[in-house]
Design a protein around this ligand. Structure first.
Ligand code: GLN
Length: 540
């Protein structure tokens, strides 16, 4: 007997930034640990077709999937928790929905009808939600609705949820995440914002089945009963979500609160298997209790908003646990680094990572940081723009090409060691047109990369327009910077290494996107290991 897919919606009330993504990923993890196949989708209520054109300051990191979708950073959490790849279908924005509907209208698909928010936009939203269920791959699809209930722009999504709840009845469950604030003046937790937020849901015709309450203090039995009574939910379905030391603690907190059990019971799904969270518990134990600690510098230009480098920060947590070592990231603004102050700015760091990025700002600081790491033999890891800067630095300071540059920063440089990809030369549109998603890369056998991956061919995700200019390859190889990873189709340089150095690796791709709790990325693990070893050597 085929069992129908269950749809769980996660909405947010009272305020943004309550952590719907982490709650969704935590619930998914618990269901997965009970043997259910689960995927998570995020619906974002903004008009951009995808977040690829957004400045990182607006929305944090743009996360890239294997199939080349530029998506919301919450998809990174989904992959890191579930260890299952996501795709374009897992992130849909209002812009994409409208684009599809308008294209259909232009084709004449609506046969002369007036095209309206209801039913055409809501139908397209419902279609996108059910697309994942219709693949037959998942027993449970969790859909996180971005924004806060009551926002004008999320209204069509809430209406789509109402319709699906009506149409699919027992196969749909709504979890509403709210805030129960603590008023220190009266020493009390306050439930009124939650009550109002649920009332707002009711105005839209949606009765939440489960309430997850973010709180700084314990929710007493009385308080849970009060919330239950005023919001028409079972008191067992009022779930406490206390602030946690680490996002990776949240699945275990939700397990303690029996969120998975409540959800399974309400959806009529079996609860016979005991969830196996032992690996997860071990990960947390090492995360909290590792004695060894190191400081690694992350040099970038968006560091005021740490979410801009979300996947890198998480990959360091995973790699730290693999090395039984706490990694402290020192966030260093590349604009503040000069040849004169670089030594004092980076002193004492056991490793330096130069981050991805776009445009000219802060570029000379990145190059100065790389020169320092190369000359002082400090482990160095360059990602995307970080790798390109390593190539520029090596060209200028080792190969003697004083004006070596990327044509992204200096279109008329005499030595364009980094240049626009051939395929990019005719492209004018900015959205979704970079070299995106997973491509193969062949590794040279006598390289650090090969030693780390232990494989000849790897697949890593990309997001760039510029590349290493192969006209300079022979000069670089002779000078001591080797191209150790090459794309087999176009011969693009994907990895560079400086041989005469304890650990100096630059990668054109983004390894951080593929690091998960279950599968820490080998390059991050190798880099942290080298940093730990550098620290040990220093002590001797
Ligand atoms: N700006 C560079 C390029 O487009 C690097 C991009 C990145 O770091 N993601 O090639």
């Amino acid at each position: 007997m085929s069992v129908s897919t269950k749809y769980i919606f996660v909405t947010g009330g009272v305020t943004s930034s309550l952590g719907k993504g982490i709650i969704s990923a935590s619930l998914a993890k618990l269901l997965q640990a009970r043997g259910y196949s689960v995927t998570i989708q995020k619906l974002d209520p903004y008009i951009n077709v995808d977040p690829g054109t957004l400045n990182p300051y607006e929305h944090g990191e743009c996360y890239v999937t294997d199939d080349g979708a530029e998506t919301d950073l919450d998809l990174g959490h989904y992959e890191r928790f579930l260890n299952v790849p996501t795709s374009q279908a897992n992130n849909v924005t209002t812009g994409r929905i409208y684009k599809t509907v308008i294209e259909k209208e232009r084709r004449g698909d609506y046969l002369g009808k007036t095209v309206q928010v209801i039913p055409h936009i809501t139908d397209e939203i419902k279609h996108r939600i059910r697309l994942l269920g219709n693949t037959g791959q998942y027993q449970v699809v969790i859909t996180e609705i971005g924004g806060t209930v009551g926002d004008i722009e999320s209204t069509p999504y809430i209406e789509a949820v109402r319709q699906l709840k009506w149409e699919l009845s027992k196969d749909v469950l709504v979890i509403h995440l709210t805030l129960v604030p603590y008023l220190s003046a009266s020493g009390e937790l306050k439930t009124k914002p939650t009550q109002h937020s649920v009332k707002m849901m009711l105005e839209y015709g949606v009765q939440p089945d489960v309430l997850v309450c973010r709180t700084e203090h314990e929710l007493s039995g009385d308080l849970r009963r009060k919330v239950a009574l005023f919001c028409n939910v079972d008191s067992s379905a009022v779930i406490e979500a206390r602030d946690a030391k680490s996002i990776y603690q949240v699945p275990l907190l939700m397990q303690k609160e029996k969120l998975d059990l409540v959800v399974l019971n309400k959806l009529g799904l079996a609860v016979d298997k005991v969830p196996d969270m032992s690996r997860w518990e071990k990960f947390l134990d090492t995360l909290y209790n590792s004695k060894n600690e190191i400081r690694i510098g992350l040099v970038g230009k968006y560091i005021e908003l740490k979410d801009s480098y979300k996947s890198i920060a998480e990959a360091f947590i995973h790699a730290g646990v693999s090395n039984e070592c706490k990694v402290h990231i020192e966030w260093i603004h590349s604009e503040g680094i000069t040849d004169e102050n670089v030594k004092s700015q980076l002193k004492g760091l056991k490793g330096i990572l130069v981050a991805p990025g776009f445009g000219h700002r802060g570029i000379e600081g990145k190059i100065a940081a790389i020169k320092y790491a190369r000359e002082e033999k400090v482990p160095f890891f360059g990602i995307c723009l970080g790798m390109q800067c390593a190539v520029i630095e090596f060209g200028r300071n080792v190969l003697g090409m004083k004006d070596a540059h990327s044509t992204e920063m200096d279109a008329s440089t005499k030595h364009p060691v980094i240049d626009l990809l051939e395929a990019q030369k005719k492209i004018t549109n900015k959205g979704g047109t970079m070299r995106l998603g997973a491509y193969p890369c062949n590794l040279a056998e006598d390289s650090r990369a090969f030693e780390i991956y232990g494989r000849h061919t790897i697949y890593e995700r990309h997001r760039h327009r510029y590349e290493f200019n192969n006209e300079y390859l022979a000069d670089y190889e002779r000078g001591g910077m080797a191209a150790t990873g090459i794309n087999p189709e176009g011969g693009l340089v994907e990895i560079v290494e400086v041989k005469d150095h304890p650990w100096f690796v630059g990668v054109q791709f983004h390894p951080e996107y593929k690091s998960t709790v279950d599968n820490p990325h080998p390059l991050f693990v190798g880099f942290v290991k080298a940093c730990v070893e550098a620290g040990v050597k220093e002590k001797v």
